[in-house]
Ligand binder design. Structure first.
Ligand code: DAK
Length: 260
């Protein structure tokens, strides 16, 4: 696939997707959203890819939001179309059975913060800044921010970010649980790759089940969520990876997973 606004590389089971519009601080226009949607849809069936890293080009921004110049003149019909495109991308990332790590290398504002929220984990560089400044523009988040942010950091803290439009720095983002780890800028991608490699070394059926259990289990009551976990746990015993993982433990050797 050839992209105008994305860079893509894959090695050793780890795909790196870089949003590449540095002149607009990697703001998401419709073309970029469509490219991201095509790429993440294709990644679903790409057996060469086990873990995905999502980052932004340049040293200043992950994604500075939806593209304001493109959004400013649109009408309600186009706004709804834009919203549906954004939600489809978010759902595609969340429903991908493979883990997606956001490597947030600068501003993650508005749709950029929301894009990071769709990912399974977030690593941030020390210069990262997070915020939902939509209220400064007379709108509310349109890419799930009012829903995913409180689920991750709690309603009170989410409310403050959503109603003030204030940015928080990486240290504060870490303190409130918005990011997993903060790193010097030059260590961000190596750390994301190291984390991705560790996850890629496990049995990928189990990794996919962990993602499903977390994603779907958190949306239902605890009793049904535990039943869902039990179903997935049972299914693990139909896999070659379970046989190999447990045999390798008993034979005191590293497991050779085949992701089957
Ligand atoms: N859109 C378009 N261009 C942007 C941009 C954006 N979001 N952010 C920055 N740029 C452009 C600037 O216009 C500037 O372009 P030139 O003037 O050089 O041509 C260039 O990037 C560099 O930006 P600055 O000169 O402003 O750089 P500074 O360091 O001074 O400031 C900043 C950096 C990130 C603080 C500032 O650029 C800024 O405040 N940017 C806007 C941040 C923002 O408000 N973002 C939220 C946008 S609203 C939806 C999905 C998502 C959304 C909505 C709907 N659906 C699915 C329906 C999300 C909405 C949003 O994200």
């Amino acid at each position: 696939m050839i992209f105008e606004n994305l860079l893509y590389e894959c090695s050793d089971g780890i795909a790196t997707v870089t949003i590449n519009r540095p002149k607009a601080l990697n703001a998401l226009n419709q073309a970029t959203l469509k490219e991201l949607l095509s790429l993440f849809t294709a990644l679903k069936d790409d057996v060469a890819v086990k873990v995905v890293i999502l980052t932004g080009a340049g040293e200043k921004a992950f994604v500075a939001g939806a593209d304001i110049s493109e959004m400013q003149p649109i009408d309600a019909v186009a706004g709804r179309h834009f919203a549906l495109l954004g939600h489809k991308l978010a759902a595609t990332i969340e429903e991908l059975s493979k883990p997606v790590i956001a490597a947030v290398n600068g501003f993650a504002l508005g749709g950029g913060c929301e894009l990071a929220l769709c990912c399974d984990m977030r690593l941030a560089s020390e210069n990262a800044r997070f915020g939902q400044p939509e209220v400064n523009l007379g709108v509310i988040p349109g890419f799930g921010g009012t829903q995913r942010l409180p689920r991750l950091i709690g309603k009170g803290r989410a409310c403050e970010l959503l109603m003030t439009g204030d940015m928080v720095d990486a240290a504060e983002a870490y303190r409130i649980g918005l990011v997993n780890k903060v790193l010097p800028a030059d260590e961000l991608l190596p750390a994301a790759s190291k984390l991705a490699a560790k996850i890629a070394s496990k049995g990928q059926v189990a990794i996919g089940f962990v993602k499903s259990a977390l994603r779907d289990g958190l949306e239902i009551d605890l009793a049904r969520a535990c039943t869902y976990e039990a179903d997935l746990f049972g299914l693990c015993f139909a896999t070659a990876d379970q046989k190999e993982g447990m045999l390798a433990f008993l034979e005191k050797r590293p497991a050779q997973f085949t992701d089957k």
